[in-house]
Design a binder for this molecule. Structure first.
Ligand SMILES: Cc1cc2nc3c(=O)[nH]c(=O)nc-3n(C[C@H](O)[C@H](O)[C@H](O)COP(=O)(O)OP(=O)(O)OC[C@H]3O[C@@H](n4cnc5c(N)ncnc54)[C@H](O)[C@@H]3O)c2cc1C
Length: 410
């Protein structure tokens, strides 16, 4: 029977749920909260058509030293939790060698090419256009040499992947974003990326579309998943639900559940923080302050600053360092206003060591499927990988070769 339980209602799970339902499947989406309240809620809200290169681990000595000595705000770590990260980080290091990173880019860029087209369909069907701006974002630089270097990389991406951008001089940047400090050398305006004023609300809109299509959303604990004689079952607030298939789309929590079934899938868990600011200037488009390790964008609750990666324990308390540093850097650029919340939000980017998602059939359990590990761009990729997964589950010829994402590579 064509039935599935989707475990996890972030952007990735909801994307898969809509695509399966559109193919006539009986689909129940199970989450312990309402959809879109975890990682897919707190991100920077960018649907990143320009992000054709997944982030490798730095391999040069000076970058590693900067991280080790806490001199960069892009990546920080807590010493007491490092033992948890050693194995995935060693694998990440290995996969970040230039030749292997090129393989990851090829597999990643094929998915990114589908990102905005797939969102476009869902945005229209979900009537969510009010949440979207199709005007790109600006990467701003504080040093001319860094800008020149980034322009060369952007030109290579334009040649190879067709991504569009415009270089802004310092004065053009000031004209475009007048609230910004006016002595910056310039910016790269990435033109094809879309930005969302409330990322959680976009997931909600897609989840409501799923329900309008006849899908069911229930509260339940994915950890209760069991294999049965006919497929899979899970306990929910509406009682036990059975289906022939189960799909693990639990983002950073996915490996914990799969461990129960004997799968050991490593993740580099990169925590990020956000905070909103109100009462200051108003930004036109999101900015990424290159070299300072944060992004800031206009959202419904104010300007949202999102930080880079923190390697820490899953239950570790929030640490104020990265956000404080990002906030200080942002205050050098604009009148940021005041913090709008007492505590920062934080969530975890689910990053695989080889930088591509885990997507496909579980090798040893019929009817069990996986779709997680979208790293820094799961909000971007949910609808695209949801379509690919639905094609595979439905026995269609996949629109792109799914081999690089197969779960059995781990
Ligand atoms: C600071 C920051 C900024 C980012 N910026 C961007 C960006 O601009 N663009 C972009 O594309 N990506 C961005 N990302 C990455 C992106 O947010 C993630 O890749 C994406 O949200 C992952 O989606 P997901 O559906 O896999 O996971 P999630 O959104 O975390 O969904 C997993 C779901 O599983 C549920 N769940 C967990 N355990 C259980 C259980 N036991 N039972 C039932 N349900 C359970 C959770 O409640 C949750 O709803 C950012 C991430 C961070 C942290």
């Amino acid at each position: 029977m064509r039935s599935a339980i989707i475990l996890g209602g972030g952007m990735v799970g909801v994307g898969a749920a809509v695509h399966l339902r559109q193919r006539g499947w009986m689909v129940t989406l199970v989450d312990r909260r309402e959809p879109g309240r975890e990682t897919s809620y707190g991100n920077a809200g960018m649907i990143q058509a320009e992000a054709v290169r997944p982030y490798p681990m730095p391999r040069d000595l000076s970058s590693l030293l900067n991280i080790a000595t806490g001199r960069t705000n892009d990546v920080r770590y807590s010493f007491s939790s490092l033992h948890r990260h050693v194995e995935p980080l060693l694998r990440y290091w290995w996969h970040s060698a230039p030749k292997r990173h090129r393989d990851a880019i090829a597999a990643w860029a094929r998915l990114i090419a589908y990102a905005t087209p797939e969102h476009d369909v869902l945005i229209r069907e979900a009537h969510a256009d009010n949440l979207i701006r199709r005007a790109g974002y600006r990467a701003v630089f504080r040093e001319a040499a860094a800008l020149d270097h980034a322009i060369k990389e952007a030109e290579a991406d334009r040649r190879e992947f067709g991504v569009n951008f415009r270089v802004l001089s310092g004065s053009e940047l000031t004209k475009a974003e007048p609230i910004l400090r006016n002595d910056l050398p310039g910016a790269i305006h990435w033109l094809d990326t879309w930005t969302v004023s409330d990322p959680g609300a976009l997931v909600t809109a897609y989840a409501e579309l799923f329900e309008r299509l006849g899908g069911q959303i229930v509260l339940g604990d994915a950890q209760s998943l069991q294999q049965t004689a006919t497929g899979w079952s899970v306990n929910t607030d509406n009682g036990r639900i059975d289906a022939a298939n189960a799909v693990v789309t639990l983002g950073p929590w996915s490996p914990d559940l799969l461990h129960k079934f004997g799968y050991r899938i490593p993740l580099v868990r990169k925590r990020g923080y956000h905070m909103h600011y109100t009462g200051g200037a108003t930004l036109d488009l999101p900015l990424v302050d290159k070299g300072q390790g944060y992004a800031m964008g206009p959202m419904v609750k104010g300007i949202r600053i999102t930080t880079g990666a923190e390697l820490t324990g899953p239950d570790a308390l929030a640490t104020p360092v990265q956000l404080a540093s990002a906030e200080a850097s942002a205050r050098e650029l604009i009148d940021l206003g005041k913090r709008a919340e007492p505590e920062p939000w934080f969530g975890t980017r689910p990053c695989t060591p080889d930088m591509v998602p885990v997507l496909g059939r579980a090798p040893r359990h019929p009817g069990l499927w996986m779709n997680f590990g979208h790293g820094h761009q799961g909000f971007t990729l949910g609808p695209a990988t949801g379509r690919l997964l639905a094609e595979m589950m439905n026995g269609e010829t996949p629109s792109i070769d799914p081999t690089p994402y197969r779960p059995e590579r781990f």
